[in-house]
Design a protein around this ligand. Structure first.
Ligand code: 13P
Ligand code: SF4
Length: 304
């Protein structure tokens, strides 16, 4: 912590000067999460926080699609991204042409798009979802066939919980969560009996099936807080366990984890530079933002 302290102090001072707020995702490193985040949470919590802030500037400590979502919801505010290369394999997997292709293949079916997408893909969709509310959104839609993009595994995990609907999906995946296999989980459980295994729904369905619980990053935190297991394996990005372990000293977090190279592009140094130089500002063309906002707002209005 000592090496981080000067950066944390400088960022927090600059935040006050700029009337800025820092929205930090659960996968940020602990020095960002604990040291400078004003709001920390999953992608749904951060999107909602973006609608509620009275700061003039939002610094997004997360990946690019999260910053775009903040901008879409706050066109008048300055939204800063400390590293524009902080992308996401899911967001890269689909373009508006892909949405059009799915609509042509399944005429009349509504398109539910994961927030892990670019603004123009959201603009081409009917409604957004996150991993926290996907099941609720799918249940709420008055349609028998529903298109889910772009995460094939989230779609399959939702389909398992909503068997009354036909869900069709795009073939995107998260490079962090797709690496886990059911065999890994079985072997881990055999070697570590009694460990609670908690998986993000971006994992393949057979991994989720081998786990004790599956939920968004907030869902994972809520589960650990409620259950207080003696030992837990979080089948997700590495920083998740690091960030919540302070608040749960009685839980031993064990097991392998995978790092998101995009999330890890955000560092204290880059956040400091971003606030100092007021770069790099996120822009979304007004016509795209207006349509994308409808999809995001529909999700928020569903109370999900
Ligand atoms: P959450 O909405 O669960 O925080 O997930 C975002 C994400 O990118 C997970 O890989
Ligand atoms: Fe995208 Fe996966 Fe990284 Fe989340 S963990 S930002 S879904 S690549």
């Amino acid at each position: 912590w000592a090496i981080h302290a000067p950066y944390v102090a400088a960022i927090n001072a600059l935040k006050r000067d700029r009337n800025a707020t820092i929205l930090a995702h659960n996968y940020m490193t602990p020095e960002i999460y604990h040291g400078i985040g004003d709001v920390v949470g999953d992608s749904l919590q951060l999107a909602i926080a973006a609608t509620q802030t009275d700061a003039d500037v939002i610094v997004q400590c997360g990946v690019h699609f999260m910053a775009e979502t903040s901008k879409i919801l706050n066109p008048a505010k300055t939204v800063l991204m400390p590293d524009m290369d902080a992308g996401c394999s899911l967001a890269e997997s689909i373009t508006p042409a892909g949405i059009a292709e799915m609509r042509a293949r399944y005429p009349g079916a509504p398109v539910v798009t994961y927030v892990n997408t670019t603004a123009d893909v959201k603009a081409a969709s009917d409604i957004c979802c996150t991993s926290a509310n996907a099941v609720q959104i799918i249940r709420a839609l008055d349609a028998d066939t529903i298109i889910m993009t772009p995460d094939q595994y989230l779609a399959q995990n939702v389909a398992a919980q909503v068997p009354e609907k036909r869900i069709v999906w795009w073939e995107g995946s998260c490079i962090v969560h797709e690496q886990y296999t059911a065999q890994d989980i079985r072997e881990f459980r055999d070697w570590n009996p009694g460990t609670r295994i908690i998986a993000h729904p971006e994992c393949p369905p057979d991994v989720v099936a081998e786990s004790d619980f599956s939920g968004s990053t907030k869902g994972i935190l809520d589960y650990v807080s409620a259950e207080r297991p003696e030992r837990a394996m979080l089948v997700t990005e590495c920083s998740m366990a690091s960030n919540i372990s302070d608040a749960h000293p009685d839980v031993e977090f064990i097991g392998p984890c995978n790092m998101c190279p995009y999330m890890k592009k955000i560092t204290l140094e880059k956040v400091l530079w971003s606030l100092h130089s007021m770069t790099t500002e996120i822009t979304v063309p007004e016509n795209v933002a207006d349509k994308a906002r409808l999809a995001v707002q529909r999700m928020i209005d569903l109370g999900a």
